[in-house]
Design a protein around this ligand. Sequence first.
Ligand code: GUN
Length: 287
Amino acid sequence: MANLLSGKAVSAKALGSVATQTAELVASGGSQPTLAVILVGEDPASQIYVRNKHRACEQVGFHSLEFKLPVHAGQAALLSRVEELNANASVHGVLCQMPLPKGYDYDESAVQRAISPGKDVDAFHPYNTGLLSLGMPQFLPCTPMGVMELLRDAAIPLAGKEVVVLGRSNIVGKPMALLALAADATVTICHSRTKALAQITRRADVLIVAVGKPRFVTADMVQEGAVVVDVGVNRLSDGKVCGDVDFDTVAEKAAWITPVPGGCGPMTIAMLMQNTLRAAKLAQGDA
Ligand code: GUN
């Protein structure tokens, strides 16, 4: 039976460290880190994510601001809110919860490009993705950064390892591959058009899965003793949440595995807090 990579435990440590650093920053006369979150529409999953981000802000001693726009607010209103937050020096981090409502002509990419790169705590702006691809990042995207932190905490080195990333999204798959590469892994990215997928995934010393398909990775796709990281969050018809990995059977074969929930999810939010603290320190010339 595999060891658990517990996002609950590791995120609690990370949040504790952010809380300590925040208290020190404020005690030394710095301003309280402030995160502004924009939510367009009323998607229930997005509402939960936004609420969790605010709770994490409270936990680490940040100020958090929430801006709710109605589903029909429109791209122009959204961009003008972003501009206002860019210009507000007391706001250090700005993010717009994705996805934006479908069928209303929102342009997610334009919103990501509108956020000031120095306040871009999601690290979705092309300036920040460009720096990451050059191996000189300013902010790291939260989910891949959380995966790296989970591996680091378990003392699982990536140098020289075969890392296989399943999924090529801009939010997870691509930046995940870049981070593993920066850590000197040999990296393969697989996606929906990959042939002989199981042959490739079985080579992986570390298999990182972000495909958005419930229990897609089965035990026959995994090497004995592999490290399996499941980024997926899928809601089943019975309301339960499961990952992209068939946990029960894969855990028999893997050496390490992340649970869902309680694996990558809490790490993503903890890394968002780290990025916001970093943005606040950068703005105050303290990083
Ligand atoms: N939607 C899913 N993941 C994310 C994320 O990391 N940031 C934002 N802003 N929206 C998301």
